[in-house]
Design a protein around this ligand. Structure first.
Ligand code: KIV
Length: 269
């Protein structure tokens, strides 16, 4: 049908990997921003639990709840006509057991209308992944720096820099693929290892700080647009400096009100 928008699916991402077309992914948490990203042609929107940081102001991703993730996901889904929308299972909503994981995933699919979920971890979450994919829900894995385990790691530093941890990561990546993941996020690991994982797996591998040899890239939207302050990891490319632009606009608005310049004759009834 003329003008019909073709939805990106998990199969599209698989096709893109096979044909060497890189996958673009950004996070979003609300209707207005998600609509801009979707209209701009982003392939995947991740309703990340980074909402806990950039939307709610928490220090970590741990406090955000399943209900709050569903609220963000509902807003994003209403905006998106083309992109694939994946939603993070938040900390505490899936680690208990595979039944709990399935119930959480189903809530996200049913109540938000998401197209799939993401969860963090390797071998320990494989049973849950099998159960969730068995119910027909696409699952994206997440290895490397997994922020929900920040108190185990102790720091947000680069992961798997030594051979032992790199081997474990490669092994876990294969287990996640075998368990049924349709894609994998790799966060903050050496570029060589990112490339090795992407070459080893048939499913697309999307990196954030995992180098250029993976199948796609994801950034947190607030970082990429320069809304976040005092956060400049090496992997981050800022495309705007909205913190400064919004500050300037706000200052100008305040001044215009104080100067009785706003509203002018044309701006009132
Ligand atoms: O929550 C999030 O934003 C993420 C990305 C960093 C991949 O998991």
């Amino acid at each position: 049908m003329a003008g019909e928008i073709k939805r990106v699916t998990t199969h599209t991402l698989q096709w893109m990997k096979q044909h060497g077309e890189k996958i673009s992914m950004l996070t979003a948490y609300d209707f207005s921003m998600a609509r801009i990203l979707d209209d701009a042609g982003i392939d995947v929107i991740l309703v990340g639990d980074s909402a806990s940081n950039v939307m709610a102001g928490h220090e970590t991703t741990l406090p955000i709840t399943l209900d709050q993730m569903i609220y963000h996901a509902q807003s994003v889904i209403r905006a998106c006509q083309r992109c694939l929308v994946i939603v993070d299972l938040p900390f505490g909503s899936y680690q208990g057991n595979s039944k709990e994981a399935l119930i959480s995933a189903i809530r996200i699919m049913k109540e938000a209308g998401a197209h799939g979920i993401k969860l963090e971890g390797g071998e320990e979450v494989c049973e849950s992944i099998k159960r969730i994919t068995g119910a027909g829900v696409p699952v994206m894995g997440h290895l490397g720096l997994t922020p929900q385990s920040i108190y185990k790691f102790g720091t947000y530093t680069v992961r798997a820099t030594d051979e032992e941890e790199a081997e474990i990561l490669l092994h876990n990546a294969s287990l996640l693929q075998a368990a049924g993941c349709f894609a994998l996020v790799l966060e903050k690991i050496p570029a060589k290892l990112g490339g090795d994982v992407a070459a080893q797996l048939k499913i697309p591998v999307i990196g954030i700080g995992a180098g250029g040899h993976v199948d796609g890239q994801v950034l947190v939207m607030h970082d990429m647009l320069g809304i976040t302050k005092n956060f400049s990891p090496r992997f981050l490319r800022r495309y705007m400096n909205l913190y400064e632009d919004i500050t300037e606009a706000t200052k100008k608005y305040i001044k215009d009100i104080k100067d009785k310049d706003f509203p002018n004759e044309q701006e009132q009834y």
